[in-house]
Structures are given as C-alpha cells and as structure tokens.
Design a protein around this ligand. Sequence first.
Ligand code: PGA
Length: 254
Amino acid sequence: MKKIIIANWKMNPPTFKEAQEIFSRIKKELGRIKNLEVVVCPPFVYLSEFKKPGQIKLGGQDCFWEEKSGPFTGEISPAMLKNFDCSFVILGHSERRKHFGENYGQVNKKLKAALSAGLMPILCVGEETEERAAGRTEKTISNQINLALRNIDKALLENGFIIVYEPVWAISTSKIRHDCSSREINEAVRLIAGVLSQALGEKISRKIPILYGGNVNEANAKQYLNETKIQGFLVGGASLKPKSFAKLVKAAAR
Ligand code: PGA
C-alpha cells in the first residue's frame, strides 16, 4: 500500500496570494513524487486556483451531508468538491467536533454522502487529554469509528476510506501538548484495526489505511514511520512550510 501524506491547511494562509505561493513552492520542492500519494486540503475559497494540480491530489477540509444543492447557507456539498477536482475530504476533525459541535450522527451522514459522491473520506478519530486521563481512550475511539460507520452499506464502504489517529493532546496548537510516542501510536493502530475488523470484516478492514496526525514534522516523520505501523500522516502546521513539508514527504518516500 502506498504511503499517504495529507496537508491540512486549516484556516490558513490569510491571503490568496500566499496560498498560491505556498502551493507552487510545495510543487517545486517536491519535484517528481514517487511511491506515495500527496494530498493538499486548502480552505474552500482557494480550491479553484489549484484545479488540475498535477501529481498532488486535492481534498476539502469538510463537506455537508446533503447531496443535492439547496437552502443550506454556508455549506459545501460533496459534489461541489468533486467539481473542483477534489478526490478526498477530511471528516470529523477534532477542531470541527470541538468548535462546531459536530456530533457522531453528523459525521456519519457526511461519511455516507462523501462515499456516495465518490470522494475518499479521511475520517479523524482521537481522544482528548481528559478522556485519556480517565482511561476512556478505547471507548472514545471505538465509538467514533462505529458510530461513523453506522448503517452505511458495506458495498459503499468498500469504495474505501482512510482513518487518521489524531490524539487531540498531540496537535501542535493544543494548549497543553505533548508528543505522541511510537508506542502510543501502535496501541491506537492496533485498537483501530480491531474495531474496523469487527465492524467490517477482515477483507475490507485490511484495505483501510491508518494514518497518524499530531505535530508531525520533518524531524519526527522518519522515526514514526520506522517505529510504527502507520501508513502516512495528516500534517497541519508543517504543511504550510514548503521546505519542511517537502523534507517530510521525502522522508516518507524512502
Ligand atoms: P498539526 O495539525 O500537524 O499542526 O499538529 C494536525 C491536524 O490537526 O490535522
């Protein structure tokens, strides 16, 4: 399975000009990409600039669950993302769960809509500091997965999706932050693989890539890949710095 590196730009950069610069510098720094998939997820308003992005794939940072366009102020449909050459979409990111109160049911509807539209969903799961401290990591992650998959046809899920383990306490902008160790990542990967296999069976679950996110940068990427079973990264802060992002990607390609 090819490694996958996903850039999550979040609500950055502040101007269109900077977005163009970062994107073209990333392309230049990366050169020819071999053996792995690179996906950039910019804010929606910059997507049009990156149409036909060559070897780099595009993704949205979220989408709505209604398939048809209609009276949903502020929302973007999966079909609209497809129209802008997006093939991926991030769903259930902890920042959306936290700041916008996105709940399990909503993530479930979004996942279903994204799969139906032919997008590759990137489903984020991971526990908060308090959940880990209270010994609720397992419960939180299995709920996040099982409720996201609830009542979705296996045939649809077979189209494929990606899971990212992203412990909220390891994200670079978290107030109280510490690095996730390789051992902690492996524990989470084992847990996620177990939940997936119970929910979907071995055949489907084996094909679902499990990525890691949380302060991944050029300094720790190689070590994480060597010491864990992850198949790639979701990268926030470091993906806005073209030189370090390219170094990170190259480290993963080796
Ligand atoms: P980070 O963000 O790499 O800046 O920690 C990752 C994410 O939140 O997706």
